[in-house]
Design a protein around this ligand. Structure first.
Ligand code: ASP
Length: 437
């Protein structure tokens, strides 16, 4: 059995929902479906954004703000079921509740209505995630959810379930953070002991590199959970690794597919150990799976003679970052110098940080670089294979690109390179050329 999740773009128009229907009905294993609220179209906003505006309106203005959402569902009902009034009961109930409703109730109604609609289109049961997914004290309760989900779904042979929300002890809706329908899909996949979690979106899968910079970038057919984590950190935002923890724990693979190009292979994300033991094969046998990067990091360079002998130097330096709530990305170090790389902060915080490092550590030199880009070269194929870092460095030097830092994690599936923001695109192209991905 498979769990299948469709994102907002897939649920946005009559045509796209008919594609969704065709995809689901083409495979009898696709029996548990999770949906997002309808996404943006050329004329209309994402329903979730419309609902956020509705909830921000004064209580007596909410009905007017909600009217556009209701009209959108009426037109979808008309196009798909031939009956614009199919959701009238549900819409009336929401309209009545609006003046006193809290934000999570209002914002979650897009998924609720979307799932009710698709259940009717497919002839599947509708199961409300408020009855399956549980929050306690504002936090998601995984053990209770798994229990409720297993019981709640066992009664159904097929069902459509709204993504993005669950409920608290009083049955009141509570939402996950934005994009949370991916979590719902993963929870449902685990609860039905799915062989696969299919996540249908509007892109073909994870790419070997950003195609806006490297036009011949291609879709990665097999990716491990560990590689996913590294790529997502560098901004590849097809799927957030935190959003799929239930299937990762249960070792269920995820298949990223494109609703609008359903015959394309997509990206299969698999448990790392199973990949390493040879259960899955990648079509391309390359040491590097992907290269990804992000601009806009700051790097604080500090040097001080005899720094390496000064006990507590590092602790005091990092404490300055902690004091200003700055999260640290990398700390490449020499003998008497070190650089701390972190995401850009505002000027006031940066100045306060420099002052505090000067006061605490009395360095000989201190310099804040405000234009650093990080590039990650990722792949299990480089483990125990000498020369990957050397190739990357000499390729950059041949392209006349100054390397500001290099860092290889202990996992050995990732080499991080720092270059200036201005060199970022050229570096990505050069590294792609070197590793031919
Ligand atoms: N509709 C919600 C959002 O826009 C949840 C989701 O689509 O995953 O964030």
């Amino acid at each position: 059995m498979k769990a299948i999740k469709f994102g907002g773009t897939s649920m946005s128009t009559v045509e796209s929902i008919l594609k969704v229907k065709e995809i689901i009905l083409s495979d009898p294993e696709r029996r548990f479906v999770v949906v997002s609220a309808p996404g943006r179209t050329k004329d209309e906003d994402k329903v979730t954004d419309m609902l956020i505006k509705t909830s921000a309106a004064a209580p007596d203005r909410r009905a007017a703000a909600f009217a556009a959402v209701a009209a959108r569902f009426e037109s979808l009902c008309k196009g798909l079921l031939g009956d614009a009034g199919y959701l009238n009961g549900a819409l009336d109930e929401i309209k009545r509740a609006l003046p006193d409703a809290d934000d999570d109730y209002i914002v979650s109604r897009g998924e609720y209505l979307s799932a009710r609609l698709l259940a009717a289109v497919l002839g599947y049961d509708f199961v409300d995630s408020a009855d399956l997914i549980k929050f306690k004290g504002g936090a998601y309760d995984d053990a209770y959810t798994e229990h409720m989900c297993r019981i709640g779904l066992a009664e159904h042979s097929s069902a459509v379930i709204p993504g993005f929300y669950g409920s608290d002890g009083n049955g009141r809706p509570v939402t996950f953070s934005r994009g949370g329908s991916d979590i719902t899909g993963a929870i449902v996949a685990r609860a039905i002991d799915a062989s696969l979690y299919e996540n249908f979106t509007d892109v073909d899968g994870f790419m070997t590199c950003d195609p806006r910079i490297v036009p011949h970038a291609s879709v990665i057919d097999v990716l491990t959970y560990k590689e996913l984590r590294e790529l997502a950190y560098m901004g590849a935002n097809v799927l957030h690794p935190e959003s799929i923890f239930p299937v990762r724990k249960a070792n269920i693979p995820i298949h990223i597919k494109n609703t609008f190009n359903a015959t394309a292979g997509g990206t299969l994300i698999v448990p790392t150990e199973q990949f390493l033991s040879g259960k899955y094969e990648r079509s391309a046998k390359r040491p590097i799976t992907a290269i990804a990067g992000r601009k806009n990091f700051y790097s604080l360079y500090v040097d001080k003679s005899m720094m390496n002998a000064e006990i507590g130097f590092m602790r005091k330096l990092l404490a300055c970052f902690e004091k200003y709530g700055i999260s640290i990305e990398h700390v490449p170090s020499g003998i008497d110098s070190t650089t701390v790389v972190f995401s850009a902060v505002d000027n006031k915080t940066a100045n306060a940080l420099i002052k505090s490092v000067q006061d605490e550590l009395k360095p000989d030199h201190i310099h804040l670089g405000t234009d650093t880009a990080l590039i990650a070269i990722v792949g299990h194929g480089m483990v125990s294979r000498p020369g990957t870092a050397a190739r990357a460095i000499s390729r950059l030097s041949n392209a006349n690109i100054n390397l500001r830092m290099i860092d290889q994690g202990a996992s050995e599936i990732n080499i991080i390179l720092g270059v200036s923001d201005a060199d970022f695109e050229r570096a990505l192209i050069a590294l792609n050329g070197e590793f031919e991905i």
